[in-house]
Design a protein around this ligand. Structure first.
Ligand SMILES: Cc1cc2nc3c(=O)[nH]c(=O)nc-3n(C[C@H](O)[C@H](O)[C@H](O)COP(=O)(O)OP(=O)(O)OC[C@H]3O[C@@H](n4cnc5c(N)ncnc54)[C@H](O)[C@@H]3O)c2cc1C
Length: 405
């Protein structure tokens, strides 16, 4: 540690959606906090700036973002509530519909552009005097010691911290430096993300059709367009990416069985390789992993960020508790509490989404028949369906304080 080394209580590596949420959740507790982010800060620029993705946020995420003081700003910048969800199988024809009214809820969640979430969270951090934002900057080295962790940045600057949080995404360098392994597999699929204008209105409904090559989802946006997430096996995804806009509109319309009429126009297409990945552990003394650095899931259930925000809320709760009891925020005992609360739950969700992906990706006739029967039955069994709906909304099970009603 050199003389010019600066010191922080909490150092968050990666100021994406989950890292920024961790910093915001820990602000106001007397900690000095720094966030290191590789990209320049995201402002509310033109719609095609930055991350083209949107997220379907459930109620638990909405509560967390409200408690962090950013939900108001997010709604100002633009969100789209969705009140119904319709999911159906291309082969067997089975379908299931969810309606927020059946759950006694005003909506099933909100579709929000990642760029809006990111800029609202950054704005919030810029107003926290105890938070220092260091961007653009990259972490080049990490050493975990008994009393503190030492991070070296690309320009040679060094920062020591009592706790380092790795929120640097699926290919986390922090996880690598800490020697934490992962389990998982590639899906050999790509998610093509774009926007579409459709002939008929989206009716505040999230539509998803399972094709043997992967699911296609239409998510309602506030301006009447839909955000498209079309997951397809590698070869087919390449074909779709190479199509002209007209041909892609035609293919997209067919993929969703023209449920919203003709596809009138589409935006630029971006593709994301898909993988299931889970860190073998979430913490070590002086280190915790959150969000995609800890777990990456298939987007078919739209839950990756929802899980990441629960990580942020649970880690903040563990840190709060340590502060209240005068304990070390970076000790293994503090961080194990966080890991115990999240890792098991995340595994269950990861495997459930993986199971859905495999079940619907199989075109054997008997399986298609069985799953369509299952979908149809579930659709008619009110209590089972409501249980599934409440799980997706994130209003069931043990929740961290920030996510509770
Ligand atoms: C197609 C698609 C659709 C999705 N839809 C949904 C959805 O509907 N609902 C939902 O809940 N989730 C969804 N997800 C998942 C969601 O997008 C992710 O779970 C979420 O963005 C993860 O956030 P994060 O902050 O953990 O990681 P990231 O968003 O990957 O952020 C990591 C940050 O760390 C920074 N960084 C990386 N390396 C370094 C370094 N060395 N030094 C400093 N900074 C670094 C990066 O610049 C980045 O800002 C979807 C994902 C995909 C691919």
């Amino acid at each position: 540690m050199s003389e010019s080394t600066t010191h922080q209580d909490l150092l968050v590596i990666g100021g994406g959606l989950v890292g920024a949420a961790v910093a915001a959740a820990c602000a106001g507790r007397g900690l000095s906090i720094a966030v290191i982010e590789a990209r320049p800060p995201v402002r509310n620029g033109p719609a095609d700036h930055g991350d083209p993705r949107v997220c379907a946020l459930n109620r638990a995420s909405q509560r967390i973002l409200s408690r962090l003081g950013v939900w108001g700003r997010i709604t100002e910048l633009g969100v789209s509530p969705y009140r119904r969800m319709e999911v159906w199988d291309a082969i067997g024809g089975g379908r299931i519909q969810f309606d927020s009214a059946d759950l006694g809820e005003p909506d099933l969640g909100h579709i929000v552009e990642n760029r809006i979430l990111q800029s609202a969270l950054w704005e919030r951090l810029e107003h926290c005097p105890e938070v220092t934002l260091i961007a653009p900057a990259r972490i080049m080295d990490l050493t975990l010691g008994a009393e503190s962790a030492l991070v070296t940045l690309h320009d040679g600057r060094q920062i020591a911290a009592r706790l380092v949080v790795g929120a640097d995404g699926r290919d986390s360098r922090v996880r690598e430096f800490a020697g934490i392994g992962t389990r998982g597999w590639d899906y050999d699929q790509r998610a093509i993300v774009t926007t579409a204008r459709t002939e008929w209105p989206h009716a505040e409904t999230a539509w998803q059709r399972f094709l043997p090559t992967g699911p296609v989802a239409f998510l309602p946006l506030a301006d009447g367009r839909c955000s498209i997430v079309w997951s397809a096996v590698e070869g087919y995804a390449q074909t779709l990416l190479a199509l002209s806009d007209e041909a892609f509109c035609e293919a997209l319309g067919e993929a969703i069985e023209h449920r919203l009429g003709r596809i009138l126009a589409v935006g630029p297409r971006t593709a994301f390789a898909l993988r299931l990945q889970h860190a073998t552990n979430y913490c070590q003394p002086r280190l915790a992993l959150v969000g995609d650095a800890a777990h990456a899931v298939h987007p078919l259930a739209g839950q990756g960020l929802n899980l990441g925000l629960l990580d942020a809320a649970e880690l903040a709760a563990a840190i709060d508790r340590a502060i209240d009891r005068g304990r070390d925020i970076g000790s293994f005992a503090t961080l194990r509490r966080y890991e115990r609360a999240r890792r098991g739950d995340n595994w269950v969700m990861l495997l459930a989404f993986d199971g859905l992906k495999r079940l619907f990706g199989n075109d054997q006739a008997w399986l298609a028949f069985a799953r369509s029967l299952g979908l149809g039955l579930t659709d008619r069994l009110g209590p089972v369906k409501n249980h599934l709906g409440a799980t997706a909304l994130g209003i069931r099970g043990a929740l961290p304080p920030l996510a509770r009603p």
